[in-house]
Design a protein around this ligand. Structure first.
Ligand code: NAP
Length: 335
């Protein structure tokens, strides 16, 4: 229904106000209509531990104001006691007659749908795919107990990240690099490699950095170590498979440290390994209007020996933007 989609989009916009404040919880927004179809309240989940969106919206109303009305929310209302009481109980108490939700909650403790239906409340869905995409970090965390992973690269038109000498400064424009500084803030952790630190000595300012350095080859005076919390994955704290650190195991360790999203900035070897093991949920690829025109330059992904195009990893573009003189393509993995 067009009307349902309109109010669900409002929920998405409200939910996004909780971005970077609610993890490991999902971003949730809520819109309440009275029985005449007028909006009477809005709410959203403001921070971890705070009221859920439905509670935030309903508690702004008098006891009987929402009776017979419709509640829109982008995630199934909770039915269990967590940091706050179950939202379904409040929805039932306030006598709503219909609940339209974006997606079912992947948390196995939640079964709000059954409880709502048992109370005679009509349950419908709207914009399910969009709702799932909005909370893709939460879904990955909850279902796989792993952080959500985005791999960032900056390439020439011929897919090179550095000349054969390792020189890579700068492929993209200053505007694109400023965009990278901003996007880092959306992640709990930046991950990079020993090789990239040795080649580029980057600062990569961030509150938490994970460095893959099996044999502790990096210089302790490197710029990256001067700021932020640092976790170094080495052969002493991480399993080694075929001579390389097991990246999935590092990601699992990070998750157990409370890291829910990881932004990887590295060269082609690590990027290739991450891709080969299907560990990247998304790729952010900056493409500069430059051509290295030298096959011995370093490739962006260098992880596999593939004979057929049909075996290539396939992604779907969901955002395409020009930034300065470059293009930023955001792609999500097709499962
Ligand atoms: N344009 C860009 O976006 C960009 C970004 C970053 C870097 N760069 C350039 O990339 C170049 C470095 O690329 P690179 O390919 O040599 O290095 P890389 O991909 O950054 O890192 C490779 C290193 O990662 C570590 N690693 C940990 N687990 C691994 C696994 N499972 N599989 C593979 N490697 C694993 C290994 O080091 P250990 O054995 O020490 O653990 C390995 O040698 C530099 O020239 C740099 O300037 C370009």
């Amino acid at each position: 229904m067009e009307q349902d989609e309109k109010y669900m989009r409002m929920c998405f916009a409200l939910a996004k106000r909780g971005k970077n404040k609610v993890a490991p919880n999902p971003m949730v927004g809520c819109v309440v209509l009275n029985k005449s179809g007028d909006i009477i309240s809005k709410g959203y989940h403001k921070q971890y531990g705070a009221n859920h969106a439905e509670r935030d919206a309903l508690l702004k109303l008098k006891n009987n104001e929402a009776q017979g009305g419709t509640l829109y929310v982008n995630l199934e209302p909770c039915s269990h006691y967590g940091k706050t009481p179950p939202c379904v109980d409040l929805i039932i108490e306030r006598k709503l007659s219909r609940v339209v939700m974006g997606m079912k909650d992947v948390n196995p403790l939640v079964d709000g749908i059954t409880k709502l239906k048992q109370a005679g409340i009509q349950v419908d869905f709207a914009l399910q795919k969009e709702a799932e995409f909005l909370n893709r970090v939460f879904i990955k965390n909850m279902t796989q107990k792993l952080p959500y992973v985005v791999l960032k690269t900056a390439v020439t038109l011929d897919g090179k990240i550095a000349a054969k000498t390792g020189n890579s400064k700068w492929i993209t424009s200053e505007k694109a690099r400023d965009e990278v500084y901003k996007m880092r803030k959306d992640f709990d952790c930046i991950m990079t490699s020993s090789n990239t630190i040795i080649a580029d000595n980057p600062k990569m300012e961030h509150k938490f950095k994970c460095i893959l350095d099996k044999d502790l080859r990096t210089d302790k005076n490197a710029q990256i170590y001067k700021q932020g919390k640092i976790y170094i994955a080495t052969k002493n704290n991480t399993p080694v498979i075929n001579g390389q650190l097991d990246i999935k195991s590092v990601l699992s360790d990070l998750y157990n440290m409370g890291i829910y999203s990881v932004f990887i900035e590295c060269g082609g070897t690590l990027a290739g390994a991450v891709l080969k093991e299907n560990l990247a949920d998304e790729i952010y690829q900056f493409i500069a209007p430059k051509i290295l025109n030298d096959n011995s330059g370093l490739s962006c992904f260098n992880g596999d020996c593939i004979d057929k195009i049909s075996d290539a990893k396939t992604f779907e573009i969901y955002s395409l933007r020009q930034i300065g003189t470059d293009i930023l393509v955001k792609l999500k993995r097709i499962c």
